[in-house]
Design a protein around this ligand. Structure first.
Ligand code: SPV
Ligand code: MN
Length: 619
């Protein structure tokens, strides 16, 4: 404590000792010694303390003020624009098995490496210590968490995205099981991390600590986001609940009925836009905890804000986001283009592309190219906005309920140009988990480093974050549902289906219709057609929904094209998925193999009877 005291002024030290948690003090002392910051700021969540963090972000140059009140911009370095999957690793003790397919490093080796990288890394810098609650305050769902970071941008982002936790820590006293995040940007030049070769994100699920160094991009640094999600999946697996990569929304049915849906989509595949869809209400857009409460699946949003993709946001398709991010709300824009007038521009924003500005590559002009000759777009494809949910007019009244909300339906989707129909209901929980959730494949996007457009396996859209063997995770999902008295229905959706001309078969607004249809199905208000892979909507029901909700005519030709069962593609997909699970080894539950094999046989029989491509009227 003497060391901490020597680096704090008296008011900061007082805020810390108010907490009276020896485990916390031990943790902080250990890392203050290692990181060796010049000074320490303790955030007690008061408006003055939050303002201090905002001011520091401006003073240090990590953020810059924009014309609109409350708006700032932050840039990550040119090679630090997305999650670094290669350098994100689980620290594996000798006795723990992570199975195949996860990125791991021996714990001792990894700790030696990260301690060396972090040794003295905050020399001359200020350390921010903030406390949060993952999930609503005073809720059995929730997990307390502490963040150590030398980035005012990270501390600022978290103050927007998470519920305050300082008071909660005081209430808990000597409590041991909180999550811990240690982050340093490392050496900076022009306010961006430069030691990218020493970028590391190392996760210790035994100690519930995540280390992140030499990076600024939110997905690598905002501890409470994907770093906490990885710890959460491991913790949940030991305690019988679920941590999922899902949005959560209230879908509004007839006569003021609200049915809650949670949906898992890989990054950049429409999760936020589904959560923010016109006419419905949002609880969250990225991460949830799900628990069995008296036989029903209850769910909370872990976060209280959105770190959303800004590309293509426009007033027609994304009215609510557009309004919120154009108003004088507290918003951090990251990796957008900033004009001379200090306004922001992003790819797909209506209006002319500015003639010049500043972006993540420095001074930008049209046609600018990187060192390999590739064009640098005005904003990065993964440019984002960070905003608190309270700034959205469509926030759901239950967003902060400590009991969570009961889920009526779960949705699994991916970026799939040729296989799945736009919306389909599974026969039951296990069928949904196996043939939909566990079978998601998605074409890669700019949310992670590497090539885009490559079809990749991504069970429950959670592969990047799994901290237990994949097969075990599938098994836990199956068992979680089996233990429920009242199982949510499971659906798949596909917003990205293309025709033979390579054009999308659906418009962005069509997802509104699929959501309304699913809401009706959960409440047994409409029938469906069994196409042997699940249930699809009847044309007449969709026609009525399109008419009423979207005010547009839904043509039978479009329905037939969109809802054709594509047997060759479905069979190839099953073969790919079966092979993946077979290669993973013994953790995968047997039911996955039998169910997928049975599904394949059914499709083969059907093909012999009706051909490769079967339109709905043939069922
Ligand atoms: C995602 O990529 O899934 C996100 C943003 O939600 S990140 O914080 O990078 O994970
Ligand atoms: Mn996400």
């Amino acid at each position: 404590m003497e060391l901490i005291k020597s680096k704090c002024d008296s008011s900061n030290f007082k805020k810390l000792v108010e907490i009276k948690n020896m485990y916390l003090f031990d943790f902080i002392s250990k890392f203050v010694k290692l990181l060796n910051p010049e000074s320490i700021f303790i955030c007690n969540d008061s408006s003055e303390d939050i303002q201090y963090i905002r001011d520091r972000a401006i003073k240090t140059g990590e953020e810059e003020k924009l014309t609109v009140e409350g708006h700032t911009v932050h840039f990550d370095g040119i090679n630090d624009q997305a999650r670094d999957k290669k350098k994100t690793k689980f620290l594996v003790p000798k006795n723990i098995n992570f199975g195949k397919g996860l990125n791991t490093i021996d714990k001792n080796e990894g700790l030696d490496e990260i301690y060396e990288i972090m040794d003295n890394i905050m020399n001359g810098r200020e350390l921010f210590i903030s406390f949060f609650s993952l999930g609503p305050n005073d809720s059995k769902f929730s997990i307390p968490a502490v963040q150590l970071t030398d980035s005012s941008y990270v501390a600022h982002s978290e103050s927007i995205l998470y519920r305050p936790g300082y008071i909660g820590f005081i209430k808990l006293g000597d409590y041991e099981k909180f999550f811990k995040f240690v982050h340093s940007e490392g050496k900076l030049e022009k306010s961006v991390s430069v030691n990218i070769d020493k970028r590391r994100i190392y996760i210790d699920v035994e100690e519930d600590i995540v280390y992140s160094a030499n990076t600024q991009y939110g997905g690598n640094t905002i501890g409470l986001k994907k770093l906490a999600m990885r710890l959460g999946i491991n913790k949940a697996s030991k305690e019988g609940w679920l941590t999922e990569h899902m949005f959560l929304s209230g879908i509004h049915g007839p006569k003021d009925r609200v049915t809650y849906f949670a949906g898992a989509f890989p990054s950049m595949c429409g999760k936020t836009s589904t959560a923010m869809i016109t006419g419905e209400t949002i609880v969250g857009d990225d991460i949830v905890y799900i628990r069995n409460i008296n036989g029903r699946a209850h769910i909370v949003n872990v976060e209280i804000g959105v770190f959303g993709i800004i590309k293509d946001i426009n007033p027609e398709d994304d009215k609510l986001i557009w309004t919120a991010i154009n108003n004088p709300n507290e918003i951090i824009f990251s990796n957008v283009l900033v004009t001379e007038e200090k306004n922001v521009y992003w790819i797909g924003k209506p209006g002319e592309v500015p003639k010049k500005g500043i972006n993540y590559s420095g001074l930008w002009e049209p046609e600018k190219r990187d060192s390999s000759g590739n064009e640098i777009t005005p904003s990065h494809k993964n440019a984002r906005f960070t905003i608190n949910l309270k700034n959205f007019s469509n926030i759901d009244p239950e967003y902060d309920n400590p009991e969570g909300v009961q889920i009526g339906g779960i949705i699994y989707g991916g970026r799939d140009s040729d296989t799945w129909v736009p919306v389909q209901e599974s026969y039951d929980w296990v069928h949904g988990i196996v043939t939909m959730g566990a079978s998601i494949e998605s074409e890669t996007t700019a949310a992670t480093l590497g090539k885009t457009g490559v079809r990749t396996f991504n069970p429950m859209s959670n592969l990047d974050f799994l901290s237990i063997p994949i097969g075990k995770y599938i098994d836990i999902n199956i068992k979680f549902g089996q233990a429920l008295e009242n199982q949510p229905k499971i659906f798949s959706v596909n917003y990205f289906l293309k025709g033979s001309d390579g054009k999308f078969l659906n418009k962005k607004v069509d997802k509104r219709a699929w959501l309304k249809w699913m809401e009706l199905r959960v409440n047994n208000d409409v029938g469906a057609i069994d196409i042997e892979t699940g249930f699809i909507p009847k044309y007449d029901d969709l026609r009525d929904i399109f008419n009423e909700i979207i005010n547009s005519e839904y043509k039978i030709e479009d329905y037939n094209k969109q809802f054709t069962l594509r047997i060759p593609e479905n069979i190839s997909k099953i073969d790919r998925i079966l092979k993946i699970y077979k290669d993973l080894g013994k953790e995968t539950p047997e039911i996955l193999f039998t169910m997928l094999s049975k599904q394949k046989e059914k499709l083969q029989v059907l093909r012999d009877k009706k051909g490769d491509y079967i339109t709905p009227e043939l069922f």
